[in-house]
Ligand binder design. Structure first.
Ligand code: PBG
Length: 329
């Protein structure tokens, strides 16, 4: 059948038929808010490269948690901004039961038992060198010693009440090792969200400012463990391994430039597939909006619908609260 029997514009003519044929609809239940926690009380520290994002002390974070609950956002992904005095070569603060991150987790979980908490598992906020793992004399991130540290970190988080541990470090074998340790310690319900296809991306710059690892990392990069930007098959191998090792959900990161990967992962495995709209994506949209060059709300909503259309089941985004408000209003 061809024109005029087929007129694609018929269904587009009115809002009602556009609504009826719409395949992908974004809801607040698709969103995971991302937040940075910092020491202190009543502290809200703006992150200059992420206008609108602030590092929050635990009491302020509690207000954010309440907003997530009120807006129907199912989960909050938490990252620490660690005082320089608590950073070390071996990142030991990461598994200190009284560390900021563990205190924040306990506080949030106690106040909002139904709000899912996702804890980042990687050493970069805690190391003096800004790498995600432990380094040898040449500065190479050592795999097995790092995995041992990540196990301790995951157990400390699970102990504090974290619902999901989310290893974002890209070490080999860490999902299986963490899963064994969690099972061994009786944390059989703690979920693992594996950053499986995490690329060595330049879109993470503002995040590194936010957690205070940028200066420590200096001219260093993460190319020996994060994935090469040109690869796609490798992402499928990473996801296959992580699922086999016991991941409950997998992640692709960054978001918008990597939707081909989201699509392949979702189609190949049919597993819960999350995508992360990272700090650089946030900063680009904010900067353009502040200049009056883009309509922030429209562009954010379009980006997130595109991620869902590509196959993402949930989206980590710094815009989650704004979006949930827009969807409500
Ligand atoms: C570090 C980590 C990073 C992000 C999440 N966890 C940065 C990095 O790998 O250097 C980036 C998130 C963002 O850019 O929003 N383990």
């Amino acid at each position: 059948m061809t024109f005029p029997a087929v007129r694609m514009r018929r269904m587009r003519r009115d809002a009602f038929s556009r609504a009826l044929m719409r395949e992908t609809v974004l809801t607040s239940a698709d969103l995971i808010m991302v937040a940075f926690v910092v020491e202190g009380e009543g502290v809200r520290q703006p992150v200059p490269s992420m206008p609108g994002v602030e590092r929050l002390s635990i009491d302020e974070l509690v207000k954010l948690g309440a907003e997530c609950v009120a807006l129907g956002i199912p989960a909050l992904a938490l990252f620490p901004s660690v005082d320089a005095s608590a950073k070390s070569e071996d990142a030991r603060e990461a598994w200190n039961p009284d560390a900021l991150f563990q205190r924040a987790t306990r506080e949030l979980k106690q106040r909002f038992p139904g709000l899912g908490l996702i804890g980042d598992v990687a050493l970069d906020p805690y190391t003096t060198h800004g790498q995600d793992g432990l380094i040898d004399a040449e500065g190479y991130v050592m795999n097995e010693p790092t995995v041992e540290a990540l196990i301790k970190m995951s157990l400390a988080q699970a102990e504090a009440g974290m619902d999901f541990v989310a290893p974002s470090d890209m070490m080999d074998g860490r999902i299986g090792a963490i899963r064994d340790a969690l099972e061994g310690a009786g944390h059989i319900h703690t979920r693992i969200l594996a950053y499986s296809a995490k690329y060595a991306s330049s879109f993470y710059g503002p995040f590194r400012d936010a957690v205070g690892s940028a200066a420590n990392l200096g001219k260093g990069n993460k190319h020996t463990y994060q994935m090469d930007v040109g690869n796609s098959d490798e992402a499928l191998r990473e996801v296959a391994l992580d699922l086999e090792e016991g991941a409950d959900a997998v992640m692709v990161k960054p978001g918008l430039p990597y939707l081909d990967i989201v699509r392949r992962v979702k189609e190949t495995f049919g597993a819960p597939t999350f995508v992360y709209q990272v700090s650089g994506e946030y900063a680009m949209i904010k900067a353009a909006a502040q200049n009056g060059w883009l309509d922030e709300k429209a562009v954010v909503l379009e980006s997130l619908v595109a991620m869902k259309r590509a196959g993402a089941d949930a989206i980590l985004t710094y815009f989650a609260i704004d979006v949930a408000r827009w969807l409500k209003g």
